[in-house]
Design a protein around this ligand. Structure first.
Ligand SMILES: [Fe+2]
Ligand SMILES: [Fe+2]
Length: 295
């Protein structure tokens, strides 16, 4: 099976004045006054759609941050642009912290209003089974007044422990999907504390217990992609993959551009990892092979 992994597309629309309150005001100031909106471009976002349409895929997995400020306009624009690539085959979506950027977007589950067909509904974690591949989506994104930290609550951790231990997954290759990184590119716990999953150690303890069951962890949030491992003392280490932001502008002087990955799963393991980079016009296979660059 061929699975595309996209993340952090960050579709942006300039917010209406009436939408500027609280954290969204700070976010808008950051995006539009400090110039961060140039970090993500329609050129890359539209090329991403063309690139995915040109591939034969069995599943598209998206690890969140479809929007920037979680406004209705952004969700609608994201649905208009990305909906067709999610609808072309089965897809799985989890929210990112920018999709729950303000309390209202989280409380009213706006991402489900627009993308519910692919996020599913109900308690987390959520299981999506496609062929012999199972996608276990975890939601650690909680609205914060200022900081962008994640957290997984105790009931979700307990349900995750039970799901990963259940015979339901015996025959499956399991992708664990989470928006935030567990580890940095050197394999160390991801930090700083103002930007990570507050109780990442508790989540890692559950994953370590079931490490033989987990094929790989897929995440985003850190916009420069990398592949690393979570070390496990009494089981196999866990493979961790982050393709990097799919909507990043092409800024070669800064070593920055958009990426996405395709994983081929065969006979219960990842047989091939392909990574594609935006060259300013289209996505092309990464020079030197997947994750040869630090961008
Ligand atoms: Fe992001
Ligand atoms: Fe994020």
């Amino acid at each position: 099976m061929r699975i595309a992994h996209i993340t952090d597309i960050h579709i942006q629309r300039r917010p209406q004045l009436t939408e500027l309150f609280g954290k969204r005001f700070l976010g808008a100031a950051n995006l539009y006054i400090a110039g961060r909106h140039d970090h993500f471009t329609p050129a890359a976002q539209e090329a991403l759609v063309r690139a995915l349409k040109a591939q034969q895929l069995d599943v598209v997995a998206c690890t969140g941050d479809l929007t920037a400020l979680a406004t209705d306009e952004e969700f609608q624009a994201a649905k208009d642009l990305l909906g067709p690539i999610f609808a072309a085959q089965p897809s799985v979506i989890i929210p990112g912290n920018h999709d729950t950027y303000v309390a209202q977007a989280e409380a009213e589950r706006w991402i489900e209003r627009y993308f519910g067909e692919w996020t599913g509904e109900g308690d987390w974690p959520r299981l999506h089974q496609h062929g012999q591949v199972a996608f276990v989506g975890v939601d650690v994104c909680r609205h914060r007044p200022i900081l962008s930290t994640g957290e997984i609550d105790a009931p979700q951790l307990q349900r995750l422990d039970a799901l990963l231990g259940s015979p339901e997954l015996n025959e499956s290759f399991v992708f664990l999907m989470v928006h935030y990184p567990l580890r940095n590119r050197r394999g160390e716990p991801y930090g700083p504390d103002t930007r990570n999953i507050k109780n990442a150690a508790a989540l890692e303890a559950v994953l370590a217990k079931h490490s033989a069951r987990i094929g790989a962890v897929l995440h985003g949030h850190e916009h420069h992609g990398f592949r690393t491992k979570m070390p496990v003392s009494d089981g196999p280490d866990i493979d961790i993959l982050n393709p990097g932001a799919g909507g990043y502008a092409h800024l070669p002087d800064k070593g920055r551009t958009a990426h996405f990955c395709i994983y081929t799963v065969a006979d219960g393991h990842i047989a091939e990892v392909e990574r594609f980079a935006f060259d300013g016009a289209e996505f092309v296979p990464e020079q030197g092979g997947a994750f040869a660059s630090k961008g």
